[in-house]
Write a protein that binds this ligand. Sequence first.
Ligand code: EAX
Length: 338
Amino acid sequence: MRRRMTIFAVLAAILLLAAAGCGGKKEQAPAGKQESKLQLKIATMTPANHMYSQGAQRFADLIKERTNGRIEITVYPDGQLGKGERELLEALQQGTVDLYVGSTGPVGGFSPSMLIVDIPFLFRDYNHVDKVLDGPIGRQLLDDLEKANLKGLAFWENGFRNLTNSKKPVKTPGDASGLKIRTMENKVHITAWKEVGVIATPMAWAEVYGALQQKVVDGQENPVAVVHSSKLYEVQKYLSMTQHVYSPAPIIMSLKKWQALSKEDQDLFMKTALEVAPWQRKLGRDNEQKMLAELEQKGMVVIKDIDKAAWQKAMQPAFDEFSKQFGKEKIDAILNTK
Ligand code: EAX
């Protein structure tokens, strides 16, 4: 009898202990429905007062407002998260950076179809740019990024690129021949500048100011807003308004971070990125003349009477080579967009 009692007591104790342990850690019912906050990082290579970073800040402010603070996006300008745009795009693929605003320069290395927008003298003017990039051709280029684990949201703007150098006033392609010019890590640009006769030197953006300062390269090419916000007037004497390439600046998200968003948040991100595009483009377009005047006040010599036809002719072999690569119909679709 005693033995049976002992066994019973032991069994009862085991059952009691098991009951306490088998339900695992009881989830505390959350006090009210607290939506968890989402913190994201958006990176640019240009200073906070440049239109990439200003657009990124506006995007972040709108997202925070429209999610009642549930999604907080912090802007990291000036290359704080990477030494160049290629590195930032790699970080997006890994998901260590969430969003990027930057030129299409290195994007072609991740998604070859994007190289088409970097062809010299492809875009006639801002109206042509907006019609192409905000239409089906632009959307397809952004959608192609998914194959590289990137999510293209919208095309913002870098602007029409111009040549700067520290050596001499450059008006014609012949004036530029022999100069050592930093280019983006973009095979269309490298080819085009080699056709002009310069020593094309591809380099990540964070290295450019120092390379110009130490005369490792004589010049570089970028829109007025980049020359102005990155204070290139401190290391460059001459600005030639070649406007040889229009440089878009897509806002791109890490695909894995995009896929982690709810459908509702995805729609909000896409809508807000598209809504910011005209506002961001306007920043550069409306202020270009003012920035040019300030560059002259800072001591730059701005050469405005440029024979664009001569530059287009000099870069034509690059235009022809890449038109072949992309197919005449794709180039004509852009050229014929009115
Ligand atoms: O911040 O690397 C370049 O020249 C690009 O235009 C970049 O966006 C400048």
